[in-house]
Design a protein around this ligand. Structure first.
Ligand code: DOR
Ligand code: ZN
Length: 365
């Protein structure tokens, strides 16, 4: 619900409503999150748990989270790292390999532990070496997942060195995603962190069994932000940000109210030395200021009334989970102060800088 300065419900405002300064939403969830392990996990977990009730936890640890037993142990480590007084539910995933056992996947799902399986094409991104090269080898697992309704979260980029990095998502849709979906009717797929108008169009063209997450940072940056005026390692992520037309397509999709699109931040912490290096790691760390940035984006697009759908309703609907009963309130005021870096036991992690002041703040509590 949106309120203006007089406290009156502002639903009838001509958008954008200049008076809007308070916004109460169902507590959001993050449908794509990297928490890592050990000291990094302890350092970054509060940044997410402060605002988000649940998150789909990526399994690309070293070694990856492949079996149900490993996912259970990782879940325990996450809960043990949660500071006293914070509530947070990790929704666990399994890392799909060519050796994944369909029976183990089914058992981990049946027990309620595992909410999705993650497909990394081998070599596509951070810690993806154990991912899939030969899709025939995972056919049995995908068929089992279609049977039991367990979603497949897809990192949608081909790894063919002949394909330009800026084309890898669009080529993946044609060469891999569409054939896999046709070969496995009923398979429920989330296209993770889409970065192109092609990804948006593919989702829009399919009414069943398909959704997509959109990150915070891909709503803000295009490829110029990474490369113009000096290379900006903290804007480098995978899939890499594309040209401006694609960013605008993502903003239109995220703010459209279409239930097939929902928030997955892909907040991916790496220490500063690992980012600011001759071979810098991919990942933007947005957990800290995501809700402030999203409120800014949705306000800019005259769509503040659709923010709750994107952050708090569409994701649970896709995953067949209830929306959170609790709420958060954001208020708009003077520029919000947030830390430039999060200090972890592994080293500092730079918080994503949207490049403009943020005025929406999540109230504590
Ligand atoms: O930018 C990214 N960082 N993209 C991914 O797919 C993986 C992630 C990570 O784990 O650092
Ligand atoms: Zn990711």
């Amino acid at each position: 619900m949106i309120h203006n300065r007089t406290g009156k419900k502002a639903a009838n405002c001509v958008t954008p409503c200049p008076m809007t300064h308070s916004l109460t939403l169902r507590r959001p969830d993050d449908w794509h999150l990297h928490l890592r392990d050990g000291a990094m996990l302890s350092g970054v977990l509060p940044e997410t748990a402060r605002h988000f009730a649940r998150a789909i936890i990526m399994p690309n640890l070293v070694p990856p989270v492949v079996t149900g037993a490993q996912a259970a142990a990782y879940r325990d480590r996450i809960l043990a790292a949660l500071p006293d007084g914070m509530a947070f539910e990790p929704l666990m995933t399994l890392y799909l390999t060519e050796d994944t056992d369909p029976a183990d996947v089914a058992a981990a799902h049946a027990s309620g532990l595992v909410k999705a399986v993650k497909l990394y094409p081998a070599g596509a991104t951070t810690n993806s070496a154990s991912g899939v090269s030969d899709f025939d080898k995972v056919r049995g697992v995908l068929e089992k997942m279609a049977d039991i309704g367990l979603p497949l979260c897809v990192h949608g980029e081909v790894t063919d060195p002949a394909v330009d990095i800026f084309d890898r998502e669009a080529v993946f849709i044609d060469r891999v995603l569409d054939p896999v979906r046709r070969a496995t009717p009923g398979l429920r797929v989330v296209m993770e962190h889409i970065t192109t108008a092609d990804g948006v169009a593919y989702v829009q063209a399919h009414d069943r069994d398909l959704g997509a997450t959109i990150t915070t940072h891909h709503l803000i940056i295009n490829r110029n932000h990474i490369l113009v005026g000096g290379i900006k390692p903290h804007y480098y992520c995978l899939p890499v940000a594309k040209r401006e037309t694609h960013r605008l397509a993502l903003r239109a999709a995220a703010t459209s109210g279409d239930k097939r699109f929902f928030l997955g931040t892909d907040s991916a912490p790496h220490t500063d030395p690992n980012k600011e290096s001759a071979c810098g790691c991919a990942g933007c760390f947005t957990a800290t200021n995501t809700m402030s940035i999203l409120a800014h984006v949705f306000e800019d697009e005259g769509a503040l009334d659709r923010l709750e759908g994107f952050t708090s309703l569409n994701g649970p609907a896709f995953y067949r989970l209830p929306a959170n009963a609790a709420t958060i309130t954001l208020t708009k005021g003077d520029a919000v102060a947030y830390p430039a870096k999060i200090h972890t036991g592994d080293g500092d992690v730079t918080v994503f800088d949207p490049g403009f002041a943020l005025h929406w703040q999540v109230l504590p509590g």
